[in-house]
Design a protein around this ligand. Structure first.
Ligand code: F6R
Ligand code: ZN
Length: 191
């Protein structure tokens, strides 16, 4: 891999970076067990394994001192009354942070620490969010028709721990009910 400086562009609209070393697509089946309404989940999955979100990664060596970046695109939609969202994760090296810059759409970043502290930040174009070390993070798209698009940057040695969230879930969920968009406690959260 070259150590020359490099640049790329993120076109508006479209948001697909002019340079991308990897394109990840995550579907409904990748979030097994995460949505609250499992009946709605199974019914939807039996019809189609819907694409929930995509990530374009700018690859660099996964070592301390490097920065990894990319674009995350969460599509609009719901499973039951819960909005489409990313799997979410802690960083394997818990003491690593991440920055997000929202480029398009509306949504939330749902965050929590291993000790049980929670924080939810609304995302809309122009919002910059600093996710400190130790905070698990998940993006949720609440737009009706638009993608939630964010640009992210994090340390090369962070790594991803998906297992903890797959097993326990997040403490908070973003749903839509008669009152509108609401943040609720996850009744299925496992301590
Ligand atoms: C990287 C990071 C984001 C997410 C992306 C997809 O540390 O937080 O790039 O990877 O938003 O979400 P996950 O990785 O949870 O599927
Ligand atoms: Zn992360």
């Amino acid at each position: 891999m070259s150590d020359q400086p490099f640049s790329f562009t993120i076109p508006f609209p479209g948001f697909k970076p002019s340079r991308a070393d990897n394109h990840i697509e995550r579907h409904l089946s990748d979030l097994r067990g995460q949505f609250l309404d499992q009946h709605a989940y199974k019914t939807m999955l039996s019809e189609e394994d819907t694409l929930l979100y995509e990530v374009y990664e700018i690859k660099r060596p996964e070592i301390e001192g490097e920065l990894l970046s990319g674009i995350s695109i969460v599509h609009p939609g719901k499973v039951g009354n819960e909005f489409f969202m990313t799997k979410g994760h802690f960083h394997t090296i818990l003491e690593t942070a991440e920055m997000y810059y929202c480029l398009n759409g509306e949504g939330f970043m749902v965050m929590e620490t291993p000790e049980g502290e929670t924080f939810i930040e609304a995302l809309s174009p122009g919002k910059v969010l600093y996710v400190p070390p130790r905070w698990a993070h998940r993006s949720v798209c609440t737009s009706r028709q638009e993608d939630l698009v964010t640009f992210f940057i994090y340390p090369g040695n962070s790594g991803h721990n998906y297992g903890t969230i797959e097993e326990k879930g997040f403490r908070k969920l973003v749903v839509e009910n008669e009152k509108g968009i609401e943040i609720i406690d996850n009744p299925k959260f496992k301590e």
